[in-house]
Design a binder for this molecule. Structure first.
Ligand code: ZN
Length: 282
C-alpha cells in the first residue's frame, strides 16, 4: 500500500485506530484474534488507509487547515477504499493469496483463492457494527442515526434506548442481541458525546466507491496492476487528488473536483449489486 514505516509504526491495541502527530509520525494499531485471520488482516488494511491519508498531507502546511484532513467522512473513505475496494477484491487476492497461503500453510492448504474470496465477502446479519460485512454495515449506521436524531429531538429518552435498539435490530437485521453489551452499549461514541459521528462511516463507504470508480477510469489497467501486486499507482493517485490538498476544498467540492459529482449513492449501489450479485448468483 505504500504505508511508510519510517514515518509510522504498527502496534497492538484492544481496538484498532490511527493517530497522527505530524505527517512524519503517523501510527496505526491492530488486534490479533489467534483463531480468526480476518480481524487483524482487514483492520491493518483499514488503518493503513487512514495512515496513508495522514502521511500524504503536505508537511509544509503542518499546523494549518491546509495541513489537516478535510473531514471524518473523507478520512473514512480512504480506509474503506483500501479495505473493501482493494482488500476484499479478486485482483488483490490473485496476487497476495499465494503469499498468505505460504504464511498460513497448514490452515489454508486446502482452500483455493475463490473459496477464500467468497469467505471474506460472506454476507450475514451480525450484532457488532465493526465486524459487519459491506452490505449490512450501513444498516447498523441507519439504526444509530435514527436513534440519535430522536434523542436530540426529545422523542426518545435515554432509558428507552435498549428496547428501541433491540426493536430496530429485529426490524433491519432480523436478529436481537442477548445483552446490551452486544447491543446499545457496544460503541464508545455516545458515551463521550459524539452524536452525529456514525453517519461519517456511511458517507465514507459511499465516497470510497465513488473515488475508486474514478481511479479506475484515470489509472490505465488499475485492476491488472493490483492483480500484479502493484499498488503504488493508486496510492499516488489518492495522494495527488485527495491527501495533499488538506482542507483547501470542502468535502463536497473535493468530491466534485475528483469525480465530477458531489456525493452520490449510485456508484456504491452499482458496486454492491455487481459484486454480491455475482457472488450470490442473484
Ligand atoms: Zn476508520
Amino acid at each position: 500500500m505504500g504505508y511508510d514505516f519510517e514515518r509510522g509504526r504498527l502496534d497492538l491495541s484492544a481496538h484498532p485506530f490511527t493517530t497522527s502527530f505530524h505527517p512524519t509520525d503517523v501510527r496505526v494499531t491492530t488486534r490479533v484474534h489467534e483463531h480468526e485471520l480476518q480481524s487483524c488482516l482487514f483492520s491493518c488494511i483499514h488503518e493503513g488507509g487512514h495512515g496513508l491519508y495522514d502521511q500524504g498531507l503536505d508537511q509544509q502546511h503542518f499546523g494549518t487547515p491546509l495541513g489537516d484532513s478535510v473531514s471524518l467522512g473523507i478520512h473514512e473513505s480512504q480506509s474503506r477504499l483500501w479495505e473493501n475496494c482493494v482488500g476484499r477484491s479478486r485482483p488483490f487476492w490473485r496476487f497476495f493469496y499465494p503469499v498468505l497461503q505460504q504464511t498460513f500453510h497448514d490452515q489454508l492448504r486446502g482452500v483455493d483463492v475463490e473459496q477464500f474470496y467468497a469467505a471474506i465477502n460472506r454476507v450475514k446479519p451480525s450484532l457488532i457494527r465493526v465486524e459487519a460485512d459491506e452490505l449490512t454495515y450501513n444498516l447498523h449506521i441507519m439504526l444509530r442515526f435514527e436513534i440519535e436524531q430522536d434523542l436530540i429531538e426529545g422523542k426518545t429518552q435515554p432509558e428507552d434506548l435498549p428496547a428501541i435498539w433491540n426493536r430496530k435490530m429485529e426490524e433491519y437485521l432480523g436478529i436481537v442481541p442477548s445483552t446490551d453489551a452486544e447491543g446499545v452499549l457496544q460503541d464508545v461514541h455516545w458515551s463521550f458525546g459524539s452524536f452525529g459521528y456514525f453517519p461519517t462511516y456511511t458517507l465514507g463507504n459511499l465516497y470510497s466507491v465513488q473515488f475508486f470508480e474514478q481511479a479506475k477510469l484515470e489509472i490505465p489497467q488499475l485492476e491488472d496492476a493490483i492483480a500484479a501486486g502493484q499498488l503504488m499507482g493508486l496510492r499516488r493517485w489518492l495522494e495527488q487528488k485527495i491527501h495533499r490538498w488538506g482542507r483547501m476544498f470542502t468535502p463536497t467540492h473535493l468530491a466534485e473536483r475528483v469525480t465530477g459529482s458531489t456525493i452520490n449513492p449510485e456508484p456504491f449501489l452499482k458496486y454492491v449489486e455487481r459484486k454480491y450479485g455475482e457472488l450470490y448468483q442473484l
